[in-house]
Design a protein around this ligand. Sequence first.
Ligand code: HOZ
Length: 429
Amino acid sequence: MTFQKSHELYTKGLEHLVGAVNSPVRAFASVGGNPLFIKKAKGTKIYDVDDNAYIDLVLSYGPMILGHRHKKVQKAITKALKNGYSFGASTKNEIKLAKIVCDAFPGMDKVRFVNSGTEAVLSGIRLARAFTGKDKIIKFSGCYHGHQDALLVAAGSGLATLSLPGSKGVPEGAVKNTLIANYNDLDSVKAHFEAHNDIAGVILEPIAGNMGVVIPENNFLIDLKEYLTSKGALLIADEVMTGFRSTFGGAQELLGVEADITCLGKVIGGGFPVGAYGARNEIMEMVAPLGGMYQAGTLSGNPIAMAGGIATLTELKKQNPYEKFNEVAQTIESLLLEAAKKYNVDLTVSRFGSMMNPFFTDKNVTNFQEAQSSDTKKFAVFFWEMIRNGVFLPPSQFEAWFLSSAISTKDIKKIAKAIDKSMRVVSEM
Ligand code: HOZ
């Protein structure tokens, strides 16, 4: 297996692109080597420029839930392209996608489409402040909500991968209203409410996916929502990863919680740049042109992206792959744990529906601190062995693996072999 052409493109890319990537999570900073350059993808497979084929468990960090280039999505966007790419005016498909989204989330009467998960969350935060008239927001250590200034503290994803506590260039004033709590620890939230009387709300990933996968335990979300309601504060659910992925209605439905504001992205665009935030009418009526909270976007509700989103969600509803996701994820979890036992490697596997990942630690991972106890050197070795054995993983211990509904028994057999071989190599370190 050679990575020669990827290496050449990487070297060339360094000249005019920062680190030869357009998002730091794509750099191979914590696993070593250089990023692979991708030529194409179809179904469960992704192909690099050296013509190496991999089973793709990155899936563009979540959006490709049907697999790559699903024929119905391809047909819908090809049709949309013929009518034009952007109008700066409303289209029928925006109404259609809005109905699909609002029908899936009972707490959402209205939705506003934006262009990314980052935009969705920064707008959701502004909306929470506008609605409550309060400034402070609580976020959890290890959760990542995109790269807006106010939330780039104690964040997961690329910051965790690069061991950055926050971002340079974020003024102190921008984070002075951000309070940090510990995931799965309601007392750490209560402590902030005892110290401050101007908290607008709490934002969280209902299933954390940016410190690796971490699951809320012991009714954490239900108790959190109840407590926030008693304090007149809002629950803002960042379902950018989990929306339409955990189940059609997102993680809230499975966890029995209704957020006040929900932020979406990834799957709702089916691979095109779409984000969204939504809430019940009394909250959404704060947003311009109905209310005084301003938020706008030239490409928001882009017709190609709307067509991709509608086709993806329509097909997803028809396939209803959530039972399959659970079964496949459970199989992969067992394969990982069996291999770890066979080769005597400390490993904890965390999973929820079609999101999962192994932590190279003997600890049960319930928060960021425990996730950080993982042996990232072991992960790096595991990552490269999986690549050599034909499985494409996110190049970080702190990113979730994703499944698509296209995954087959043959793919699982290949993943099984790759896991066994890779774990053996880890044990020989
Ligand atoms: N939330 C995604 C990964 N944690 C974002 C991917 C990116 O930042 O490029």
